[in-house]
Design a binder for this molecule. Structure first.
Ligand SMILES: [Zn+2]
Length: 273
């Protein structure tokens, strides 16, 4: 079923879901009276839930989660850092292969390791925002979310001169009212095309490499993690996997851009779905 869904053109998917959302209340006229009353409410909540938990649908909240396939570029994004055990080695590796990437840091961790944040910036990578901490924000009130996000942004702005434009919510989920708040603050929502489960406790570098090599396509945004957030094992397997895969991907003719550069390339094209 998922395979079938994946190959459907974006417009068809969006229309199907909108039809479902609008159609359910309409169908309620033929339903039993009790259900008839709650059907619109159920349909509305269903749509809002879909918007939170399947953000790639871009139903209400719009996120950049893939660029046009026309480009030969991809974007590597690293979440949950910085981590002094992984990020410096990762920066060495990226420099060796002349790769520019985007780092979605947690502000509380960035505050602990400002020298790594400076290195990220000085070496031409993009600093992006993954939240103050790794709490599931969709459960927070708007006020609480706004306070935490402002605090996190304040920390990042005190550490870096880069204009922070991208926000990726911890765990990937965000409510529509929170999304609107972010837009008002001039932040864009970042998603991803492919996650390779590099945070699994048992995963090996070989498994991660294989997942990257079999699934990464031009225009993709790859989700990786240099930090551990609420997990225990440092991201050694991811680092080793990247060491093995970067030369292969380079040979395939792919180039690596920060998210903002990929976004700039994508301008003029409709936002990919
Ligand atoms: Zn995360």
């Amino acid at each position: 079923m998922y395979r079938f869904w994946r190959v459907l053109p974006p417009r068809v998917k969006r229309r199907f879901l909108l039809f479902l959302g609008a159609g359910l209340p309409f169908c309620s006229v033929i339903l039993k009276p009790g259900f008839r009353r709650i059907a619109p409410l159920m349909a509305g909540s269903g749509m809002l839930a879909l918007d939170i938990f399947v953000p790639q649908l871009n139903l209400f909240s719009k996120s950049f989660w893939r660029a046009s396939r026309v480009t030969q570029a991809v974007s590597l994004t690293f979440d949950d850092g910085p981590d002094p055990r992984i990020t410096p080695g990762l920066l060495d590796l990226l420099a060796e292969h002349q790769v520019k990437a985007s780092f979605f840091v947690l502000a509380e961790r960035a505050k602990k390791f400002p020298e790594i944040v400076r290195r990220i910036e000085n070496e031409g990578h993009e600093l992006a925002f993954h939240g103050l901490d790794h709490q599931k924000i969709w459960k927070l009130s708007l006020k609480n979310f706004a306070e935490k996000t402002e605090k996190g942004l304040g920390i990042l702005r005190s550490l870096s001169s880069q204009n922070i434009t991208w926000y990726r919510p911890p765990h990937g989920f965000i409510r529509f009212d929170q999304y609107l708040w972010l837009r008002k603050k001039g932040l864009r929502l970042a998603g991803w095309t492919i996650g390779v489960w590099d945070t699994d406790q048992e995963v090996t570098p070989e498994e991660i490499s294989e997942r990257v090599l079999t699934s990464l396509r031009p225009g993709d945004i790859l989700l990786l993690h240099d930090g551990v957030a609420d997990r225990l094992r440092p991201q050694w397997a991811m680092l080793k996997a990247l060491e093995n895969t970067l030369p292969v991907l380079r040979k395939q003719g792919l180039s690596f851009l920060t998210l903002s550069s990929l976004w700039a390339l994508n301008q003029g094209e409709p936002l990919a779905f």
